[in-house]
Design a protein. Sequence first.
Lengths: 278, 289
Amino acid sequence: MSIRDTDVNGADDAWLEQVVRKAKHSRTLDSWIIWIERVAIIGALIGGWQLFVSAFKINPDILSSPSAVGSTLYHLLQQRVFYYDLRVTSEEVLFGLLLGVISGSVIGIVFILLPRISDALQPLLVGLNSMPKIALAPLTIIWFGLGIYSKILLAALGVFFIIFFNIAAGGASLDKAVMDNLAIMGISRRKIVTIFILPSVATWIIAALKVAISAALIGAVIGEYIGANAGIGYEIENAINSLSIARMFTLLLVLAIMGGLAYALIALVERRLLRWSR
Amino acid sequence: MRRSNETGADSEGVQAHQTAEAEESWISTVVRDTRIQRRTNRRIIWLERIVAVVLFLTGWQLLNSLGIVLPILISSPKLIGADMVQLFQTGSFYSDALTTLIEMISGLIIGTIIGISVGLSIGMRKRLSRAVQPLAVAAHSIPAVILAPLVAVWFGFGFEPKIGIVALAVFYPIFFNTLSGASNIDETLASNLKIFGLSRRSIVRYVYLPSAIVWTVASLRTAVSFALTGAIVAEFVGARQGLGVAMVDASQFLHTARVFSILLVLTTFGVVFGVLVRALENYIFRWQK
């Protein structure tokens, strides 16, 4: 009996081990296949584009082609003005993001600390929230002209509303029981703010950053589309007006890469800073 | 209250009854008091809100009337009010507003339909959806409205490119959420139905679609605000008609009051569409309540 038992167990173990090994193997194989599929999808999209253009002799002024974009990018990277444009747009996005995050956080925190005032201003805020922020672009240009400041302001406005409303929504969900308990424990109001409210606010800000960076990019680039004297968006407008479609595609690609990098950076920061919450 | 209830349950009938009655009247008094208090509180809050709006408008007006800020920069409620009256009497305003609205609505419909169908057809294929999802996340980092020039080049400067841009802006959130919804279905349910011999079509109808729709509707609010932004940006980038065009024209003549008037109209669009989406959400999720 006992011998048989161990026998069965032994067989079981060996069998289990085999299954586990097989599963592991197939999992690594699976993830490889998925990666291959991803590369294949991107490759098929680019290859299909090129093939479509070459096979049907599409007017290059309409669709351009990956090879044209590649060679334009190569030329672009050798022009100094390109780096200047890149710097202008990056500065607009960066300063807009900074300004928006700082102002949005400060005003958001003030509103949490003064619930009475935030209650009274509610209708105005709801109205502002429904306003399409990008429609402020002509106003910022009236205020600050065609230079970098109007774009910084437009980017900052977009970011501000996102951060502010995220904090306001978070403030409404603050656990009142925790605050009451802290108060009962004799902890001063100031201490409650520093040990409970501010850390919560920080997590809401970080959580909103991904949306905020996208808003900053939209603000800066759309601002440049409407009226500017430098920047990637300005160059795109010029490329369209001179019908250099390959150049427009290339610059859009640069914008996409910029957006992707900024987003990845923010996602990394978020994962780092919010690690404890998981 | 709880303690008196316990003693009431433990001791004899009459006394318990009396205690309970006294308790009840005490509670009802408290409830009534808090109700009255809450009502007056609400009244005070609304009063404060009206005061806040009035203060805001007066402050804005005073900045101009006292000559602190040039009216050409921030205009004033009075100027904007006067301009609104004028705006509503010009015929071109209605055609502009109609243009923007039609762009928004048709782009919204097209983008939603394409988003749902592409999202569903990818989301239902497990392997494909696993391969596509990270690509979709990567594409998400690029705001769609930035691509407005691309669409303008393809479709020209007429009416259709604006719809294309709105549809593109709307497509993304709808597609992404539908994809997530379709790949988050109850696998057991789908396999069981398959074993029962249901056709693929009815599995799609009864498992995938309901699961995805919940996620799709959740993204509708974002989609609507993207649609408004998309329509405006499209008109900024290149158009002949629409509120965005009227706005840029007004700003080039430094007609700031007009810019604010149009901004107010666009905000009204935002509010109305927001209310409509909320109504739709309530209707679709009415079974949850």
